[in-house]
Design a binder for this molecule. Sequence first.
Ligand code: CTP
Length: 436
Amino acid sequence: MAFLFLMLMELQGKRIILGVSASIAAYKAPMIVRELIKQGAEVRVVMTPSAEKFVSRTVLMNLSKNPVPMDMFEDDIQDGGSWHIHLAHWCDVMLIAPCSATTLARLAMGFYDTALSIIACALPKDIPLLIAPAMDSDMWEHPAVQRNIQTLIQDGSIIIPPAIGELASGIFGPGRLPDIDVLLAHCSHILSGSEVSIQRAAAPSEIEIHEEIPQRLSLYGKHVLITAGPTFERIDDVRFIGNFSSGKMGFALARQCAKQGALVTLITGPVSLKTPEGAIQRIDVESAHEMHDAVMKHQSKQDIIIMSAAIADFTPDKRHEGKIKKGDSDSMSVMLKKTTDILSELGKIKSHNQILIGFALESHNAMEYGKKKIAEKNCDLMIVNLANKIDSGFGGDNNTISIIDRVGGIKEFPTMTKDACAEAIIEQVLIFGDQS
Ligand code: CTP
């Protein structure tokens, strides 16, 4: 399944600072500026003095139609003083591409002796800093570089992992600047909504980038939509009909997909879970109706959709304003109506290169119902789990799953943590994607 380059509406009208540092991939910087402008963004460029060895400052000035600061004290950029603060406050996102090992170290250690590093430091807390390191494999794998990467993740920067391939040195390995469409997709993803999680000063990262890189990131640049958690259907202003889903399975899937390089849209019902780290846009919803609208808004650009949420099948016919009083009657009834089956809708409109995965939570005849659901809802894979078994289904940290594919294959797994289940599910998705 090829990664399609789409018009990225999220970049339209956005203000982007491109930081360019001294990696051989800096020669691609003019193409990055041109593509961002083509997508409707306004671009300002800053570069480190040594980046000029690899790319012309004049070309970058001409393309961005603005001065390209290198040194903090240049006369024509002073803008009445505090130019770095003004520029940092001007932008919606800063992308450093390529980011050399030395610039990574400057940013991690807090050496603000170049125009580029001082602007990165001056960014307001809610402005994302995306960093695309590019260097030779041995440099990338050096412990000091990996330490700096971890420091920057902890400080809230978003690292776009380097691609694997042939490098300028002739060596094959991790270190290439990702393709421009992947860089743009990361910018677009982070700008695509106010719900995007930007975790500056977050807790120490769980992402072990150093261990990830020797293998190919299997979902690199793919768009994955995941639903998670329960939905709450309001009866009145203080009561609702809900279920016991904790959201842990969906969040584990989001975490694993982001680790594998995917751009994740996580649509979740009410849960008390922290958004996993990585390129994850989180959208919080409450009801089946809101989940339907959010899924439909985002579904068309997805390569993979995983519907792990426990969405209510019924919702109150009408919602009462205020609180319903107990009154004198010994009973009360609430009329319910069916919600829209989101997965079935997705099955009807899905494109041939989209992979659709459903979950079936069953209390009995699990496989039989699972097979029926995969056919009826036109899914590619159905994850069956049992509602009435210890270590399975809602709430806990473990799950016991079986995966049915659309051609009748069944894989059963032992009880595992939800993270391990997520890994197993992604592996099956990739196998299915390769076969189709
Ligand atoms: N689902 C959905 N929209 C709904 C209800 C369910 O998209 N309104 C999705 C769930 O996210 C899950 C799949 O449908 O991926 C199966 O949900 P499940 O509750 O197991 O089955 P139902 O089709 O709702 O049928 P039943 O409750 O009768 O088992």
